[in-house]
Design a binder for this molecule. Sequence first.
Ligand code: FAD
Length: 371
Amino acid sequence: MDRREADRRSGPVTEADAALDRGGVVDVVVVGGGQAGLAAGYFLRRAGVSFVILDAQIGAGGAWRHGWESLRLFSPARYSPLPGWWMPPQPGEPFPTAAHVRGYLADYERRYALPIVRPVEVTAVGRVAGGLEVRSRSARWRAGAVVSATGTWRRPYWPRYPGRFGGRQLHTVSYRRPEPFAGQRVLVVGGGNSAAQILAEVSTVAKTSWATLRPPRLLPDEVDGRVLFDVASRRQAAVAAGRGDDRGAAALGEIVMVPSVRAARERGVLVARPMFTRLVPEGVVWPDDTLGRFDTILWCTGFRPDLGHLDPLGLSTVQGVPATVGTRSVDEPRLHLLGYGDWTGTASATIIGAARTAKACVAQLTAALAA
Ligand code: FAD
């Protein structure tokens, strides 16, 4: 008699039983079907445990469904493998497009027949007798362990500044292409790769300014994703060998000089100024009290982990994210967090990093399930 059958025999069929029928009882529920969720699925399948991947979107690709049109990988396809099957190169494109990455993720799901249910928005993960319960609006799943791999894309971060701007404001999450900004005065805010890449293309059709909290840290031209991944690999090996966390890549810089960003530098538009002090209807006030007039402010200010479904677990946080050792939650050892950023494992928000982190995560989780 399985657990669900045992539950059924203990009383009349309730609304909750019906919801469990629409879901099920499995060893592991993975919440999120982007690259990190798929990497977890690959290792869970190999481990021979029962699992399901619940994803809120209508199709494959995770965050790669949403980027701007020119978004590409920082490196050739062979530097971004999920476990088991390398990303095929994209003919004529040394750095694959987002559409190519989406296609690879969709093919990967099919190749390994991963049990993905879409669209399912997980609303809550809570504790029940003997395990965890994962709930959507119409179904629930019982599991011995949960892997949360929900990424950051759905939680754009907008910093607050005093005052009110009268023009248009948008975040990276809504930016698609430069043409709608033709002829405008556009302020790009943010010091990372998204800001640099978007500034580079918007500046071909608009008059741009760039505001950053700290001076942007450009990588040397010859450093692309390949070098960053090599540095990340050395860093992971150093941590694993107990030699400490040498943040080599961070020391190099953070903005990858992809061709469009290099071209922007050649045109003299890759020049950042310190953040403004307040917003005014016409634009912003710079630290020297001069007025900057703009039609649009484009906030390329990053994202935060999408973790609202974990609220019922009451997890404590360290620097704004749940406390973890590796991927395992400190407060709820049956919960693992995968992807998101370096706090769950070296480079774990990248494809190759997610693959490595998922391997360790599943090994730990299945050992605990078997204990
Ligand atoms: P996601 O891809 O966001 O997937 C999470 C999934 O979970 C989504 O499908 C989401 O809908 C779902 N979800 C969220 N909440 C719920 C819920 N409550 N219930 C059910 N489902 C839910 N990475 C690289 O590897 N190489 C690169 O070269 C690279 N270049 C980049 C360049 C730029 C400019 C940027 C901005 C990013 C780049 N990235 C790169 C990073 C990469 O795009 C993301 O970090 C990556 O997609 C994160 O994968 P993930 O699986 O963790 O999350």
